[in-house]
Write a protein that binds this ligand. Structure first.
Ligand SMILES: NC(=O)c1ccc[n+]([C@@H]2O[C@H](COP(=O)([O-])OP(=O)(O)OC[C@H]3O[C@@H](n4cnc5c(N)ncnc54)[C@H](OP(=O)(O)O)[C@@H]3O)[C@@H](O)[C@H]2O)c1
Length: 334
């Protein structure tokens, strides 16, 4: 099938007054980078980082005009490599997609073949984007905790930013694996949502945010998935049990971490860094396999909402304020 000359995309531009404006408009296919693959995107998803890119954060995206979208799932429509054929389905998350390479908030992307993941059996393109980077990151956090020796007989596991994308999927996976999950959230009225995901208990964001200044606090957690950083990550380290494992993947609260060494040298606590952007293919494929099979969570319930490109605008402002619950899938055919 011949490729179209133009396609629909969100385009973020910087005005002469240094204001960033977002429009849904036609882009020329010829504007895309000359990657090995051209993919017709069926679904994308909204992540916190997309909202940063969409609002002019130069730490994420240096040059505008730009099409955000760090996630894309679609069908290969053009290839210059034998490793991927036209007609194959692919998932693309991370690397430079949506940062300085035009991303999944457009109906076509052009990428190196090395960024493409073959969807595991049984996972539809829509489901892959219901997980998206958030799900991949949650799975990588759980893989790190299990590799460190976390087992469900030890103690409770804390998930912070629990109603967010990474947090809610981490709650779901850990509960499915039989852990006693305690969800920390700043939102009120989300107890039922978190319990449906499998949380055994819920604590407030304030309770997860110790401001006493003490170097250690009562030990409670065998493991932690922290999606917010800052003083909540510091508190998680101070309240981890002896030998506790703390997987850190986010900075929704802050990128700073002010702790002393006592959790490490008196309780043998481990801080495990998790990155989904450059993670090697082997771990990436393993995480996707898990998400599609024994770690699969319910993606049909109220975890996922769907929208069109045009309906993304208010959701970008919402996710920046920490107000989105669960995951937002973007349907590029709408
Ligand atoms: N390392 C990686 O590769 C990687 C990959 C994906 C995401 N991330 C990072 O992980 C974090 C979560 O991403 P996401 O896509 O899940 O975002 P998200 O859907 O917006 O979730 C973030 C959650 O954090 C909580 N939160 C927001 N602002 C906060 C604040 N000021 N203080 C404390 N908690 C706050 C909120 O949950 P509650 O209301 O429930 O508290 C919010 O829903 C982001 O920092 C993102 O950049 C990193």
């Amino acid at each position: 099938m011949p490729l179209p000359e133009n396609f629909k995309a969100m385009v973020v531009s910087e005005t002469s007054e240094k204001i960033f404006v977002r429009e849904i408009k036609q882009r020329a296919l010829s504007e895309l980078p000359g990657g090995e693959l051209i993919i017709e995107v069926q679904y994308s998803s909204l992540n916190y980082k997309d909202a940063l890119s969409a609002s002019g954060n130069k730490g994420v995206t240096r040059k505008y005009p730009h099409t955000p979208g760090i996630d894309a799932a679609g069908i290969v429509v053009h290839t210059t490599t034998k490793s991927v054929a036209v007609g194959e389905q692919v998932i693309v998350t991370g690397f430079d997609l949506g940062m300085n390479t035009a991303g999944g908030f457009g109906q076509y992307i052009s990428i190196p073949a090395a960024w493409a993941v073959k969807p595991p059996a049984g996972l539809s393109l829509r489901e892959s984007m219901a997980y998206g980077t958030a799900g991949l990151t949650a799975a990588l956090c759980v893989l790190r905790l299990l590799a460190g020796g976390l087992n469900k007989d030890q103690a409770e596991v804390l998930v912070t930013g629990a109603t967010g994308g990474v947090g809610s999927i981490a709650v779901g996976i850990l509960a499915k694996l039989g852990f006693d999950v305690i969800a920390a959230t700043g939102k009120t009225g989300q107890e039922e949502f978190l319990k449906r995901l499998g949380a055994k208990g819920i604590i407030s964001r304030d309770e997860a945010n110790d401001t006493s200044g003490r170097p250690l606090q009562k030990a409670r957690w065998a493991g932690v998935v922290d999606t917010v950083g800052g003083n909540i990550l510091a508190t998680a380290l101070k309240t981890a049990k002896y030998g506790g494992l703390v997987a850190a993947c986010g900075n929704a609260m802050s990128a700073d971490l002010n702790v002393n060494v006592f959790p490490f040298i008196l309780r043998g606590v481990s801080l495990l860094g998790v990155d989904s952007v450059e993670v090697p293919m082997r771990a990436r494929n393993m995480a996707w396999q898990k998400l599609a099979s024994d770690w699969r969570i319910d993606l049909d319930g109220d975890l996922v909402t769907e929208c069109s490109l045009a309906e993304l605008e208010p959701k970008i402002a919402q996710i920046l304020k920490g107000e989105i619950r669960g995951r937002v899938v973007v349907d590029l055919n709408k």
